[in-house]
Design a protein around this ligand. Structure first.
Ligand SMILES: [Zn+2]
Length: 101
C-alpha cells in the first residue's frame, strides 16, 4: 500500500490518502466515487423491484401466468393490494370525517 496523493480538482490542494479534500471537502477519491456510484445503482435496482411489486399490473400478469404457482402468487398479490387499498380508502374516509368534525 503506497501513499496516494490526489490533487483536488476543486481547489488544487494536495491530499494524501484522503477520500475528501482536506481543504474544501470535495470528494476526490476515484475509488470512493465508484463506491458511491455502485451504491446508487443498487438503490435504483431496489427501487425498481419495489415499483414492480407495487404495480397492480403485476398481479394481473401473474394471474394469467400458465404456471399455477405464479397464478396463486398473482391472486395473493391481488388480494393484498385490494385489502390495502380498501384500508387506505377507509382510513381516508375516517380522516375526512374526523376533520369535518
Ligand atoms: Zn479541495
Amino acid at each position: 500500500m503506497g501513499t496516494r496523493i490526489i490533487i483536488c480538482s476543486n481547489c488544487g490542494t494536495l491530499n494524501k490518502n484522503n477520500d475528501y479534500c482536506e481543504f474544501c471537502n470535495t470528494l476526490i477519491s476515484d475509488r470512493k466515487k465508484r463506491e458511491i456510484k455502485a451504491d446508487e445503482v443498487k438503490q435504483k435496482q431496489i427501487k425498481e423491484v419495489i415499483q414492480e411489486l407495487e404495480n397492480p399490473n403485476l398481479a394481473e400478469r401473474l394471474k394469467k401466468h400458465p404456471n399455477i404457482l405464479y397464478k396463486i402468487t398473482g391472486w395473493l398479490l391481488y388480494s393484498v393490494i385490494t385489502v390495502v387499498s380498501a384500508i387506505g380508502a377507509g382510513l381516508a374516509w375516517f380522516i375526512a370525517m374526523v376533520a369535518a368534525g
